[in-house]
Design a protein around this ligand. Structure first.
Ligand code: AMP
Ligand code: TRP
Length: 332
């Protein structure tokens, strides 16, 4: 059986990177797989979150997923902390995964920065919780952006080590699904840095809540160089900001970057940016309007999440019971 698990953190606005790198792919995979889509609040608190803001963000991110086309009737949409299996299995994986494996995780190094001694233990153990998210449902496929590839490899290693240590064929090897041009959308201010919720400049990203005027302003202010658009991918690769904008246009219009260059080569960025704005507004405008409608009705969002938690729990609970048996925990 093919089962998808994927997650998004409720740490702020969803942005174009989340949409193109993850959520849009979730929507497209819904016809082929049984899916669980999770708002990972336990991952969020690995760095400080203001409690009322976290609650607000959980509903907003859920609204974003639904507005983008996630089908909460056919599939399971829920909040991580509402299903105990995530924390329970994460502890077991803390005892399976090795310190040496976690020491190699580049996201921890980036997020902890220079002051590593002061990072939370949760930030360090984060990949084990992510492995638990996926394997508590024995998910076989995990659609993510490029930045999560290393964590997925760790989840595969952890599944294999668990099976090997306990001499069982229990957990599957989850496959990452990483798609094309938008697997890594970069900041609009710096083409060498990932577009991120945590960037202090709002001009670095296009949020799924931005209206048409805000999108136009951010695209106009996006960093570029004075050269017109090149006609080859090689020439484009040497210009990170240009490559990012072309990549965004390609992803939004469902083409390859080469096809975008075939249309726009030789034109100035001032001109290209107008087309890019129109393209972004045409894709994000309807999602934005639907998000507004959904966030005005928190009772509906809460009902979706409540039902999702019940359905997720019903899948994870028997899997966890087997894990407890395998490990030798007392279950009465
Ligand atoms: P996060 O916002 O870190 O919870 O990420 C949620 C999903 O969006 C994950 O699958 C990420 O890999 C993906 N994602 C986040 N930022 C980007 C980006 N700049 N480009 C492409 N995908 C991204
Ligand atoms: N770590 C992922 C991110 O920051 C979010 C996430 C948590 C996730 N658990 C997951 C993604 C399980 C895929 C599967 O983007």
């Amino acid at each position: 059986m093919k089962r998808i698990f994927s997650g998004v953190q409720p740490t702020g606005n969803l942005h174009l990177g989340n949409y193109l790198g993850a959520i849009r792919n979730w929507v497209r995979l819904q016809s082929e797989f049984e899916c669980l889509f999770c708002v990972v609040d336990m991952h969020a608190i690995t760095v400080w979150q203001d409690p009322p803001e976290l609650k607000r963000n959980i509903r907003e991110v859920t609204a974003g997923m639904l507005a983008a086309g996630v089908d909460a009737d056919k599939h399971v949409v829920f909040v991580q902390s509402a299903v105990p299996a995530h924390a329970q299995l994460a502890w077991i994986f803390n005892c399976v995964a090795r310190i040496g494996w976690l020491n190699r995780m580049t996201q921890f190094k980036e997020k902890a920065g220079k002051n590593r001694e002061n990072a939370s233990v949760g930030l360090y153990a984060y990949p084990n919780l992510m492995s638990a998210d996926i394997l508590a449902y024995k998910a076989t496929h995990v659609p993510v952006g490029e930045d999560q590839k290393q964590h997925l490899e760790l989840a595969r290693d952890t599944a294999a080590k668990f099976n090997n240590d306990y001499k069982v064929e229990f957990f599957p090897q989850p496959e990452p699904l990483i798609f094309g041009t938008a697997a890594r959308v970069m900041s609009l201010r710096d083409g060498t840095r990932k577009m991120s919720k945590s960037d202090e400049s709002d001009y670095s990203r296009i949020n799924m809540t931005d209206d048409a005027d805000t999108i136009a302003l951010k695209v106009r202010k996006a960093k570029t160089d004075p050269e017109p658009l090149p006609d080859t991918l090689d020439a484009l690769a040497a210009r990170p900001e240009a490559a990012n904008l072309v990549g965004i246009y390609a992803a939004l219009s469902d083409q390859e970057s080469a096809a975008v260059l075939a249309t726009f080569a030789g034109r100035q960025f001032s001109e290209f940016k107008k087309d890019l704005t129109d393209m972004a507004v045409s894709v994000l405008g309807p999602i934005n309007a639907e998000m507004k409608r959904l966030t005005a009705d928190p009772a509906h969002i809460d009902a979706v999440l409540k039902r999702g938690a019940e359905r997720a729990d019903a899948i994870a609970r028997p899997i966890l019971a087997e894990v407890y048996d395998i490990v030798g925990f007392w279950r009465g």
